[in-house]
Design a protein around this ligand. Structure first.
Ligand SMILES: [Fe+2]
Ligand SMILES: [Fe+2]
Length: 195
């Protein structure tokens, strides 16, 4: 895999300052969270660094990456535009930066979660929302999510899915099935943590 330094140089040339500060926020938070749960902190840093690498690319450019990598887009995914960058970002991480499978997986699922996440998947899914530069970093919900994330990755994943479902419903957007499945799969952990 390419070095962190080299990846950082490439991303800085492509992305806005706003995006870079979010990415670096996720790098720090993912590393801390990984450390708390026995997940390789280096892997967490690299997955975080690459998780939004295509977020500022046009839909067309992202579809081109998928085409070149032979990845088919699931039907209906373009109706959920915030998910595409997770799929294209994961494909690009492998193609351009030689990312191994576990890192590609964490990038692939960071926007929706899924049933059967690895610990590394959950670390990136959670840190994406709880990193300190987020506009909503100190909202009550986010503070609760962050606290929960250090106690149980699974319980926190259910809570993040719940927050996402509520938010997307309020905005009248489509709830992607992987988010529903994340909620269903991890809800028992959340219920247990609230007992
Ligand atoms: Fe993202
Ligand atoms: Fe992100």
């Amino acid at each position: 895999m390419k070095s962190e330094e080299e990846i950082l140089r490439i991303l800085k040339a492509e992305l806005s300052e706003y995006r870079m500060s979010h990415i670096l926020g996720v790098v720090g938070e993912a590393e801390r969270l990984a450390g708390a749960h026995g997940v390789d902190p280096e892997k967490a840093r690299m997955a975080a660094l690459l998780h939004d690498s295509t977020k500022e690319q046009s839909t067309e450019d992202q579809l081109q990456i998928l085409k070149e990598c032979g990845i088919l887009l699931e039907e209906g995914m373009l109706d959920c535009p915030q998910i595409l960058h997770a799929v294209s970002g994961s494909a690009r991480a492998v193609r351009d930066f030689d990312a191994p499978e576990d890192i590609a997986s964490a990038i692939r699922w960071h926007a929706t979660g899924r049933a059967g996440m690895t610990k590394l998947d959950m670390v990136i899914y959670l840190a994406d929302l709880t990193e300190p530069t987020r506009r909503f970093a100190h909202d009550e919900d986010t503070e609760k999510l962050r606290r929960l994330s250090y106690r149980s990755l699974e319980a926190a994943s259910a809570y993040e899915a719940e927050l996402t479902i509520e938010r997307e419903t309020r905005k009248g957007r489509v709830i992607w099935h992987d988010t529903m499945e994340t909620y269903q799969e991890y809800l028992p952990y959340l219920e247990k943590s609230e007992e």
